[in-house]
Every structure is written in C-alpha cells, then in structure tokens.
Design a protein around this ligand. Sequence first.
Ligand code: AP5
Ligand code: MG
Length: 193
Amino acid sequence: MRIVFLGPPGAGKGTQANRLMADLGVPHLSTGELLREAVRLHKPLGLQAKAFLDAGRLVPDSVVLELAEQRLRQDDCRRGWLLDGFPRTVAQAEGFDQMLQAAGGRLDMVIDVEVDRETLEARLLSRGRSDDSPELIRKRLHEYYELTRPLTDYYRQRGLLRAVSGIGTLDEVLTRIRNVLSADVQLSDRAGR
Ligand code: AP5
Ligand code: MG
C-alpha cells in the first residue's frame, strides 16, 4: 500500500500512521521526524532546515523533495509506505508525481484527517514538542491553511482523496481509517485490479 496522510498539525497523522504500520507491513515515514533527526545529527540537510523548523515555517520544497527521494529509495520502501507530512505543497506533490512515475509506482490513496482548529491547538499545547508553543502552533497552522490545504483539491481531482474525521478516541479514528482502506481494497478487487 502507498498511502499519504494529509491533515493539519495535530490531526493525528503520525499517531495513526504508526498504528497502521503493523496492519499493512509497510514503514511509516514522517518528513518532520526525518528533518528533526537531521538537525539532531548535525547533517547538512538539518542545517538547512533548522531555521524553518524553529520558525514554524515549511522547509523549502527542494530540500524536502531530496530528503523524501533519498528515503523512498531505501529497500524497506519497496512494498509501500505510509507517508506522513509529505507532500505538503502543490510543488512537492508535482515533484512527487514525477518521482513515482520515474520509479514505475503509483499512489493508492490520500487520507485527509480532518480536525477543527480549536481541537488542534488544544492537542498540540498539551503535547509540548519544541515547536508546540502558542506562537509556533499559530504559524504552523497558518502554513497549513495557506500552502497544504490546496492539496486536498489536487488529490480530489485525481480521485485519490479520502476524508476521515480525526475527532474521537484514537481507536475510533483508527477504525474509520481501516474502514476506508478496506472499502478501497474491495472496490479494486471488484474492478479486477
Ligand atoms: P511535522 O513533524 O510533520 O509536524 P506537523 O505537521 O506540525 O504535525 P504534527 O506532527 O504536529 O501532527 P500530527 O498530525 O502528526 O499529529 P500527532 O499524531 O503527532 O512537521 C514539523 C515541521 O517540519 C513543519 O512545521 C515543517 O517545518 C517541517 N516539515 C515537515 N514536513 C515538511 C514538508 N513536507 N515540507 C516542508 N516542511 C516540512 O498528534 C498530535 C497530538 O495529539 C499528540 O500528542 C497525540 O497524542 C494527540 N492526538 C492524536 N490523535 C488524537 C485523538 N484522536 N484524540 C486526542 N489526542 C490525539
Ligand atoms: Mg506528526
């Protein structure tokens, strides 16, 4: 399975992708985690990204596209992946499409985890990651609504978007996602794909 998790900061993309990993037997890849690791390890890419992470802004597309390409080329990604936080701009989605085409692969589905702004802010404030201060939460949400939200149209037009409410308990949200996945698998079985 090749799945992208779309959704605002605090929607539960990482939490749910992590839980689904075991079901699907494919890795969960978070560009946010990869960037934080690159910063921690003082990698050149981390040096480029740090100022953006610290400011709650999106890292430049060229940096993230390179990071994603490197990671997706690794062996554990051959059978698929759960991508969390990438692509996040239309330019990234276009670059990603080219990447997939060149590798002869395709995206199965984009799961858009929907949560209202008030709930997102409350979740992030109580988590306490270094970019979970009120000011940076506001900036990250702004970046999301300006730059990432337009991707829902991009993927809707391609027939890949599946919206799932991210409100409720962790188990309730997971069940919704599993239902969406199994509905798609049944549809493609029926179509003989
Ligand atoms: P990233 O690490 O992706 O952060 P984010 O998008 O801000 O999203 P979060 O990780 O905060 O939210 P999530 O949806 O994963 O929710 P989670 O499961 O953690 O990116 C960080 C930064 O890296 C960006 O700001 C940017 O600078 C850069 N970056 C990354 N990718 C990039 C890209 N492609 N292009 C450019 N820049 C990029 O849950 C949040 C909290 O809520 C947790 O505490 C969780 O326990 C809780 N929670 C989850 N679900 C529920 C629930 N159902 N009920 C109650 N609590 C819940
Ligand atoms: Mg996350």
